[in-house]
Design a protein around this ligand. Structure first.
Ligand code: ATP
Ligand code: MG
Length: 268
């Protein structure tokens, strides 16, 4: 069974030891992600999306508030939560198949079982023939596919993805969105997915959480009316309702970007 995530009154402040300044990154965030749900997070650059994910992953401790995963307060990282980072996060000294099998190795899964899972994921992300290559021999898109496969292969209850497709070319991006959607229906996991792309957020999510400008607060949560099974490119663009929701989300974020103080936030 996948796990439910509850975020309650989360506040996060960074402290810079050199300048002795504090930056309030997140201001009172509360929302739930139901077990097995796919929730996407959008918001202006610098609003605290990566911070939020790293807190749920247990990589940082919040200044206030709490995060419950399957009813248990997060106090550090755990194998129940897999994370795909904004920057490529694969081990440079391991081949494609060794990277994909890494999580299973940590979980002490037998070599036989590991090999069959690795083969399945290599195929799923289209890296057949590259199993024995090292990251330096791969393109950016291939590396990111390894990162996605590596996280999913470990079969986590919760998958946290921070713009995993941002560095990819448009065609690979669309293909991988469809892959991720399909995998999300097969794998028993709860997914929280950060993206800059409104199209991606609305295509993938059961719900879209829109964060306000820095310091981040939940501005709005939009429910996507169609089921994940029904969504395909390019036919999704012919769906009037999908286009209307995209427009709404886009306007909502744009309002935040326009209202932002440019001295405290990067605007892309
Ligand atoms: N390690 C850090 N130390 C101090 N401030 C930080 C640190 N990391 C992030 N911040 C600040 O916290 C705020 C939120 O940053 P965060 O990286 O979470 O934003 P984001 O929404 O992920 O942005 P982007 O869309 O550009 O990835 C920003 O104002 C940023 O400058
Ligand atoms: Mg970020």
């Amino acid at each position: 069974m996948p796990y439910k995530i509850s975020v309650r009154g989360l506040v996060h402040q960074y402290y810079n030891r050199h300048t002795k300044e504090t930056v309030l990154a997140l201001k009172d965030i509360s929302f739930d992600v139901n077990a097995g749900e796919f929730v996407t997070i959008v918001g202006p650059s610098g609003c605290g999306k990566s911070t939020l994910l790293s807190l749920i992953a247990g990589l940082r401790k919040p200044s206030a508030g709490e995060i419950l995963v399957d009813g248990v307060a997060v106090s550090g990282p755990g194998v129940d939560r897999g994370m795909v980072f904004q920057e490529f996060a694969i081990l440079p000294w391991r081949t494609v198949q060794q990277n994909i099998g890494h999580g299973l190795e940590i979980q002490k899964v037998s070599k036989e079982k590991r090999d069959s899972v690795i083969a399945r994921y290599v195929e799923m992300v289209g890296l057949q023939g590259f199993e024995n290559k090292y990251p330096y021999e791969l393109s950016g898109g291939m590396k990111q596919r390894v990162a996605v496969a590596r996280t999913l292969a470990a079969n986590p209850k919760v998958v946290l993805m921070d713009e995993p497709l941002a560095a990819l070319d448009a065609q690979t991006r669309v293909t991988l969105r469809e892959e991720i959607l399909r995998i999300s229906l097969e794998a028993a996991c709860t997914i929280l997915f950060v993206t800059h792309s409104v199209d991606e957020a609305v295509f993938l999510g059961d719900r879209v959480v829109i964060l306000s400008r820095h310091p981040g607060e939940v501005k709005e949560i939009v429910t996507i009316p169609s089921s994940r099974e029904e969504r395909r490119y390019p036919s999704i663009h012919e769906n009037q309702r999908f286009e209307e929701i995209k427009h709404h989300v886009f306007q909502s974020i744009r309002q935040e970007v326009e209202m932002a103080d440019e001295t405290t936030m990067r605007v892309e």
